[in-house]
Design a protein around this ligand. Sequence first.
Ligand SMILES: NC(=O)c1ccc[n+]([C@@H]2O[C@H](COP(=O)([O-])OP(=O)(O)OC[C@H]3O[C@@H](n4cnc5c(N)ncnc54)[C@H](O)[C@@H]3O)[C@@H](O)[C@H]2O)c1
Length: 262
Amino acid sequence: MRGLFSVENRVAVVIGAAGGIGRAIAELFCGLGGRVVASDIDEKGLNELVDLLSGRGCDVRGFRADITRVDDVRALVDFSLKSYGRVDVLYILPAINFRKPIERYTYEEFDRVVNVNLRGSFIALKEFLEAMKKNPEGGSVVLFSSIRHLVVEPGQSVYAATKAAIVQLARVAAAEYGKYNIRVNVIAPGVVNTPFVQQIKRDPEWYRAYAEKTILKRWADPMEIASVAVFLAMPASSYITGSVIYVDGGWTAIDGRYEPKL
Ligand SMILES: NC(=O)c1ccc[n+]([C@@H]2O[C@H](COP(=O)([O-])OP(=O)(O)OC[C@H]3O[C@@H](n4cnc5c(N)ncnc54)[C@H](O)[C@@H]3O)[C@@H](O)[C@H]2O)c1
C-alpha cells in the first residue's frame, strides 16, 4: 500500500519554483524521493533553491524560463526530457496581482496580469501536455487558482478574472487529455504566507482580518498547500481529475459575517 502514497522516481516540473508555494512543492517532492526540474524567471532564487536541495541529496535541476515566452517554455520541455527522459507531473504556479480599484487599473497592468496568469499558464499547459501525452503511464497536471475565483473583494478585478479562467482551462484540459490518462486539477489556496502577499503583511489590520476570516483563524504555511499538490501526483489520487481543491482553512465554507452566541 505504500506505493499508493509515493512519488519515488517520478519526474516533476515545478514552474514558479523560486516562489513560496512552488519552493515548498519542490522541497517536498524531492524530499520524498522524486526527481524535480525547478523553473522560474528569478534566476537567483532558483539557484539558491537548487543548491539547497542538492545539498540535501535531492535529485534536482534548475532551468530559468519566462512562462510568457513560448521559446523559453519549449526549451524547458526539452531540458526536462533530456534530463530525465519524461515528465510525469507538472505544476504551474506563476501569477502576479495589482490590488487596486478598476478605475485606477491601467490597460498595461491588465495586459501584464493576463499575460502571466492566463496566457503563461496556457503556454505551459499546451507545451507540456504535448510531451506528457507520449508518456505510456499518463501523468498529473496541477494549476493554481485561488479562492478569488469564487469569492472576491474590492481590488481583485483582473486577478480574480484570470483565476476563474484557470479553473475552466483546467476542466477543459482534463476533458481533452483524460484519454491519455493525464489528470488535470486545480488548487485554490486561501491565504498563504509567501512573498506574494507582502503588501498585506505590511498592514497588521489587513493581515489579522484575513486570519480571522478562516475557520482555523490563521494563515497557511506554504507546506500545507504543497502537501496537497504532491498528493495529486501520487497513485492515491488516481481518480481525481477536473477538480478544484480548496486549501483555504475553511474560508469559502463560511460567510463569516457573524458568530451567533449559542
Ligand atoms: N500566497 C497566497 O496567499 C495565494 C493565495 C491564493 C492563490 N495563490 C496562488 O498560488 C500561486 C503561487 O503563489 P505564491 O504565493 O507562491 O507566489 P510567489 O509570488 O511567492 O511565487 C510566484 C513565483 O512565480 C515566478 N514568476 C512570476 N512571473 C513569472 C514568469 N513570467 N515566468 C516564470 N516564473 C514567474 C516568481 O518569480 C515567483 O518565484 C499563484 O498562482 C498564486 O496566485 C497564492
